[in-house]
Design a protein around this ligand. Structure first.
Ligand code: NDP
Ligand code: MG
Length: 389
């Protein structure tokens, strides 16, 4: 029996994780659930899965959740500090980190400090502070198992292999809904269009990141830290069918891949059940449904976010933290139709250019960088909105 803390249980990953739990009675026990502001769903989940505790990080929702669960033996907390405390409880073995964005960092660090097994979906944690997070995980003996499908694929390909024999990893990317499109088309696309991903059903932020290819940029940085790779050991190839989830090439030229249907329940299940591989009844991959698997190079010129992320990785220090913060803000603005699709990269680049570089940030400096980058990019957004009128 694995005792789980599911952080971000009301999101796309969180709800699918609970589907996995429900499909395997007796294998998992839900100890903790957390949401930010979706009190209604959190209450419903708490009634169904009967955790020991729930955390609603948005303090304005605390009373609603507390009152609704009053008659049940469930502790209710609010705030990020409480979230960082409950993940350290002895009753928790595995923490699924599925909070969105930078906000997930503190609770993951707390779980690492307590030496928990971590099923990590929150890629932003590694993008922002990968070096620090991985070093601390090694020091505290916390095992991190990736949930992101590409990284789960690489992790599975590396099982039983000598890590010194890895030549490179090849991340596959679907290319998103705008594959093959050029700037003259992209200049007019709106959020409703970008939210229609061809293969994956995901939360809004990551779906936009997939359309801009920022998601792949973030994943390159995520892979660097997870698998201790050099910058030139990570390649990206566009593979529109999303059947090959990623590949590893070894020093003898052999390439291993992991395949499956594009369904996040598989990597979620793999990560929370690890090291066991458990059975399920989900639809199987039938190669006859995919007579053609195709591959092409990404268009770095049109999808500038990918190039910006690679540059930020090469620069290192707090640059990926700036990239991530600026991206979170512009994606939020794009979802509200307050900034254009192509303008997002412009704003991120301007923010990267104007921030002070810190080569080896402390955790406090990451927090400060994140805050400052959000202020800067918001200024750029305001200026560009003013210039429209
Ligand atoms: P969603 O937006 O669907 O869900 C995010 C979850 O985090 C919700 O439970 C939300 O609560 C909670 N949350 C949001 N903001 C905060 C905050 N400030 N503090 C605490 N909790 C917060 O996101 P996804 O499930 O799509 O993604 C979660 C993470 O997993 C991301 O880092 C993403 O990159 C990664 N990921 C997702 C994949 C997918 O298929 N969706 C694939 C690979 C990685 P509430 O509902 O109350 O707002
Ligand atoms: Mg992914």
């Amino acid at each position: 029996m694995k005792r789980l803390a599911i952080l971000g249980s009301t999101g796309s990953i969180g709800t699918q994780a609970l589907d996995v739990v429900a499909a395997h009675p007796g294998l998992f026990e839900v100890e903790v659930l957390s949401a930010h502001s979706n009190a209604t769903l959190l209450i419903e989940q708490a009634r169904r899965f009967k955790p020991n505790a729930v955390v609603v990080t948005d303090e304005t929702k605390y009373k609603e959740v507390k009152d609704a669960l009053m008659m049940l033996p469930i502790k209710v907390f609010t705030g990020h500090k409480a979230l960082a405390e409950v993940v350290q409880w002895d009753t928790v073995d595995t923490v699924l980190g599925a909070v969105l964005g930078f906000a997930g960092l503190h609770s993951i660090l707390a779980a690492i400090d307590a030496g928990k097994r971590i099923a990590l979906a929150n890629k932003e944690t590694l993008v922002v502070a990968g070096e620090l997070v991985m070093a601390r995980a090694r020091e505290k003996g916390a095992v991190i198992i990736p949930v992101d499908s590409e990284h789960s694929a690489i992790f599975q390909c590396l099982a039983g292999e000598d890590l010194n024999k890895v030549e490179k990893v090849i991340l596959t990317a679907s290319g998103g809904p705008f594959l093959g499109r050029k700037p003259n088309y992209l200049v007019n696309v709106k959020a409703s269009h970008a939210l229609q991903h061809p293969n994956w059903v995901m939360g809004a932020k990551i779906t936009i990141d997939s359309a801009t290819l920022m998601n792949k940029g973030l994943e390159i940085i995520e892979a660097k830290w997870l698998f201790a790779l050099n910058n030139d050991q990570i390649d990206v190839v566009i593979h529109p069918q999303s059947v090959i989830h990623s590949m590893v090439q070894f020093t003898d030229g052999s390439v291993k891949s992991q395949m499956g249907l594009p369904d996040m329940k598989l990597p979620i299940q793999y990560a929370i059940a690890y090291p066991e591989r458990i059975h399920n009844d989900y639809k199987r991959l039938d190669f006859k449904d995919f007579p053609k698997l195709s591959f092409e190079a990404p268009d770095y010129k049109t999808f500038r976010n990918l190039a910006l992320a690679i540059d930020a990785m090469k620069k290192g220090g707090n640059a990926p933290c700036v990239l991530n913060a600026a991206n979170e803000v512009v994606v939020h603005a794009f979802l509200q139709n307050k900034v254009g699709f192509l303008e997002m990269s412009e704003m991120i680049e301007k923010t990267l250019d104007c921030m002070t570089f810190i080569e080896h940030p402390t955790i406090e400096e990451y927090v400060e960088t994140d805050k400052e980058a959000r202020i800067q990019v918001t200024e750029f957004l305001k200026k560009s909105q003013l210039s429209i009128y």
